[in-house]
Design a protein around this ligand. Structure first.
Ligand code: NAD
Ligand code: DAU
Length: 358
C-alpha cells in the first residue's frame, strides 16, 4: 500500500539535502500536497536555495522559522498546518564542528528529535515520521565488507554518536508507542547547495580561488559518494512504500579515496575555470594537514535491501553527477557569497522573523 500525504513537515529544509528534497518533491516527484519547511536557519540553512519554489508554489510551500528544540512552536506548527507526516532532516551535520563544539549536536540531534517525536505522537491519524540518518552510526570499516541494516552501531565522533542516539529514539517511538516510522541511513552526498565546509564544495571553491586544498592524514580514507537527488528519491520511495518500523541503507556503490576525489575536482576546475595566475595546476595546491581525530577509515553501504524491497538503485553516474556539481558551484557565485556571509544570514533571519505565514 502506498502512503499518500497531504501536509508534510520537512525539518531542515533550508539545508543541503532538505532543500534538494523539497526541490525534488515539487519538480520531479509530482507531490500534490503542501510542504511546510521548518528550519532554524543556522549557519547551514539558506532560505534562498528555495526562492524558486516559494515563487512557483506559493499555495503549497510554507516556510516556518523555528527550532526543533522548541516544543511549543513545533506543536503549534503541526496543529496549524494539519501535518500528517514529518520528514526529519534538521541536524547539526558537520563532523569537524562536532569535535570542536559538541553541545549543539547533542541538543539539536538528540533532544530536537525527541521533541519532534513527542509532538508527532500527539497528532491524530499521524501517517509517518521519516528519520534521515547516516552511515556514520556504524563506525569504520576495514578494507573489505559493507554496512548492512543489521551492522551493530559503533559511532566514533560526537556527530555520529548524536545521530545514533536519535536513531534509537525513533526506533523506540515505534516499538513502544506505535508511532509509524521509517528510517534511512545514507552515505556521503554530493550535489548543489551543500555548505562549503564539506569536502567537495570546499575543495571546488578553494581550487577556483587558488587556495590550499586541505587533505586530512594520508588522503586514503574512503567514502561512498551518492548524488543528492538519488538520495531524495530513495527517501521518498521509503516514505511512500517502506515497511513501518524498518530501516533502509542508501549508498552510491561509488567508493573513492579522498585523494581521488580531490584530484578529480582539480582536473575539472582546471578544465572549466580560468587558469591560475601563476600557471600552476590545481593539483599543486593539495596540502596534507593533520588528521581529523577519530577519523573513520572507510564507509561503504550494502543497499541490497532497498533495491530488493523497493527497486531503488543509484541512478546518477559519478562522472556526470560530479561534473554537474562542479559546474553548479562555478555557475552560482552569488549563492556561494551569500552562504559564506554572516551578514546575509542575519538579513535572512530578519526577513523571516515575524513574517506572516500562509
Ligand atoms: P545541513 O547542515 O546542510 O542542513 C541542516 C539544516 O538543519 C539547516 O538548514 C539548519 O538550519 C537546520 N537546523 C539545524 N539545527 C536546527 C534546529 N535546532 N532546528 C531547526 N532546524 C535546524 O545538513 P545536510 O547535509 O543537509 O544533512 C541533512 C540530514 O541528513 C542530517 O540529519 C544529516 O545527519 C543527514 N545526512 C547527511 C549526509 C550528507 O552527506 N550530508 C549523509 C547522510 C545523512
Ligand atoms: O557518511 C555520511 C556523512 O557524510 C554525513 O552523515 C555527514 O553529515 C556529512 O558531513 C559527511 O561526513 P564526512 O565527515 O564523511 O564528510 P566531510 O565532507 O566532512 O569529509 C569527507 C572526507 O574528507 C572525510 O574523510 C574527511 C575528509 N576531509 C574533509 C574536509 C572538510 C578532508 O580531507 N579535508 C577537508 O577539508
Amino acid at each position: 500500500m502506498t502512503r499518500i500525504f497531504q501536509n508534510l513537515l520537512v525539518t531542515g529544509g533550508a539545508g543541503f539535502i532538505g532543500g534538494n528534497f523539497i526541490h525534488y518533491l515539487f519538480r520531479e516527484a509530482g507531490f500534490a500536497g503542501r510542504v511546510v519547511n521548518f528550519d532554524a536557519l543556522t549557519y547551514a540553512g539558506n532560505g534562498e536555495s528555495l526562492s524558486d519554489i516559494a515563487r512557483d508554489f506559493p499555495d503549497r510551500y510554507v516556510f516556518v522559522h523555528g527550532d526543533i528544540r522548541d516544543a511549543e512552536t513545533v506543536r503549534a506548527t503541526l496543529a496549524k498546518y494539519g501535518i500528517d507526516a514529518i520528514c526529519h532532516f534538521a541536524a547539526e551535520s558537520h563532523v569537524d564542528r562536532s569535535i570542536l563544539a559538541p553541545d549543539d549536536f547533542v541538543s539539536t540531534n538528540i533532544v530536537g528529535t525527541h521533541v519532534l517525536l513527542s509532538a508527532a505522537r500527539g497528532v491524530k491519524d499521524f501517517k509517518l515520521f521519516h528519520h534521515v540518518s547516516t552511515d556514520e552510526v556504524f563506525g569504520s570499516l576495514p578494507p573489505d565488507g559493507f554496512f548492512r541494516e543489521d551492522t551493530p552501531y559503533a559511532p566514533n565522533s560526537p556527530y555520529s554518536a548524536s545521530k545514533a542516539a536519535s536513531d534509537h529514539l525513533v526506533r523506540a517511538a515505534n516499538r513502544t508507542f506505535g508511532l509509524p516510522v521509517t528510517m534511512t541511513n545514507c552515505s556521503n552526498n554530493y550535489g548543489p547547495y551543500q555548505f562549503p565546509e564539506k569536502l567537495i564544495p570546499l575543495i571546488i571553491l578553494n581550487a577556483l580561488e587558488g587556495k590550499p586544498l586541505p587533505v586530512y592524514g594520508d588522503g586514503l580514507n574512503i567514502r561512498d559518494w551518492l548524488f543528492v537527488t538519488d538520495h531524495c528519491r530513495a527517501i521518498w520511495q521509503v516514505m511512500r512504500e517502506g515497511r513501518d518500523g524498518e530501516t533502509y541503507n542508501v549508498g552510491g556503490r561509488n567508493e573513492l579515496t579522498n585523494l581521488e576525489v580531490v584530484r578529480k575536482i582539480c582536473a575539472l576546475v582546471d578544465a572549466l575555470a580560468p587558469a591560475l595566475p601563476d600557471g600552476r595546476k590545481r593539483e599543486e595546491l593539495i596540502t596534507f594537514v593533520k588528521d581529523r581525530p577519530g577519523h573513520d577509515r572507510r564507509y561503504a553501504i550494502d543497499c541490497g535491501k532497498i533495491a530488493r524491497e523497493l527497486g531503488w538503485t543509484p541512478a546518477t553516474a559519478w562522472d556526470g553527477g560530479f561534473e554537474a556539481t562542479v559546474k553548479w558551484y562555478l555557475g552560482n557565485p552569488a549563492w556561494v557569497e551569500h552562504v559564506r556571509s554572516g551578514a546575509y544570514r542575519d538579513w535572512l533571519r530578519r526577513q523571516y522573523f515575524g513574517r506572516p505565514q500562509a
